[in-house]
Write a protein that binds this ligand. Structure first.
Ligand SMILES: [Zn+2]
Length: 354
């Protein structure tokens, strides 16, 4: 049965998402890492090389915005895959927000290169890209303008739809973009219905300035992903609390795993790390989870655990990252997978009917 496979790559403090469409189209959304690139990065590139299975063509590259942690692994990708061709390139922000290397070696050779207008977005019935039965909508780009403002908010916010299920990828978009999407771009009964999604990649690596209550309530996503590391507190515990309080996150009884979140301690001027065992359907690239299929998604409930009371840290947890996969069959079933096969561990997968 045809599947759409989306893999959140383990790039540490950065971002990278690999999308393999049922019609064979290969899409990369960002590929960069900062701070703990020594922990992650090469595994992500090897994963892409393996997924290409001898091909040297990536059909689409979306660079959400011009921060290095979203594109600075591209030179390494070109080294790992000699003759690599990236056919179509779409960027948030301005061409000049990016490095000279990327402009010369990725943007200029591309068959198509697309920048977007100020506050660009798609109509609810008009995806900008269609690959077989996969639709990709542009929910937001270049807020407030391509020229002015804060790079993060210029991020492309993409919605990937397949078999009636939707996944939202946010780059480093924060509350200004979330507000624009919910309260301007899709502020109608039909627009609000359109935004309902199964899964959300947290904006700005799970920063406190993204993932507002109104954004969570608009999307009502059941599964959440984050990409970050321990250096800057991403993803923040305060964001996890917002997600849990929003009550849309799925609870999976047999699906016991831990998650790691961070907080900033103003007095110590340092970060604190909290490693929590819980049943919630939240994934980040910071730690290893174990899935035990088959599992059943139940309506979200409060399991009574107080996130603030959980004691601190498991040493060394950041030494092993993970890839997370999200797949949708054309009958609408969802799979969340954890693929540790690059580190020698077997992948775990489970199918869910939302
Ligand atoms: Zn970033």
């Amino acid at each position: 049965m045809a599947e759409l496979d989306v893999t959140f790559l383990d790039v540490g403090q950065g971002d990278g998402t690999w999308i393999a469409c049922p019609d064979g189209t290969k899409i990369l959304v960002d590929l960069g890492s900062k701070k703990n690139g020594e922990i992650a990065g090469s595994g992500a590139i090897e994963y892409i090389r393996q997924q290409l299975a001898g091909s040297t063509v990536i059909n689409y590259l979306f660079l959400t915005h011009g921060d290095g942690d979203h594109y600075n692994l591209l030179p390494e990708l070109y080294v790992a895959i000699p003759g690599l061709t990236i056919t179509n390139v779409c960027i948030g922000g301005l061409r000049n927000d990016y490095s000279q290397w990327v402009k010369d070696n990725v943007f200029t050779p591309a068959t198509t290169f697309t920048e977007f207008a100020d506050c660009d977005k798609d109509a609810i019935d008009s995806p900008r890209w269609t690959f077989g039965d996969v639709k990709i909508y542009l929910l937001s780009a270049n807020v407030p303008t391509k020229e002015a403002g804060y790079k993060n908010e210029k991020s492309l916010v993409l919605m990937v739809e397949y078999a009636g299920r939707k996944l939202v990828l946010t780059g480093d978009a924060e509350m200004q973009s979330e507000d624009k999407i919910v309260n301007t771009n899709y502020n109608s009964v039909a627009g609000q219905a359109f935004l309902k999604s199964f899964a959300l990649k947290l904006g700005h690596h799970g920063s406190e300035n993204a993932t507002t209550d109104f954004w969570l309530n608009a999307l009502q996503a059941g599964a959440y992903f984050a990409s970050g590391d321990q250096k800057w507190g991403h993803p923040y515990c305060s964001v996890y609390v917002r997600i849990i309080n929003a009550r849309f996150v799925r609870v999976v009884p047999e699906f016991k795993h831990g998650y790691v979140c961070g907080e900033y301690l103003p007095v110590e001027k340092d970060y604190n790390w909290i490693n929590i065992n819980n049943l919630f359907y939240i994934f980040s690239n910071l730690y290893v989870v174990t899935l035990s299929p088959p599992v059943t998604i139940l309506p979200a409930v409060d399991d009574g655990e107080d996130i603030g009371m959980v004691p601190n840290v498991e040493p060394g947890w950041a030494a092993s990252g993970s890839h997370y996969g999200y797949a949708v069959k054309d009958n609408g079933e969802i799979m969340i997978s954890h693929s540790e096969n690059l580190e020698g561990n077997p992948p775990n997968t489970g199918w869910f009917t939302p």
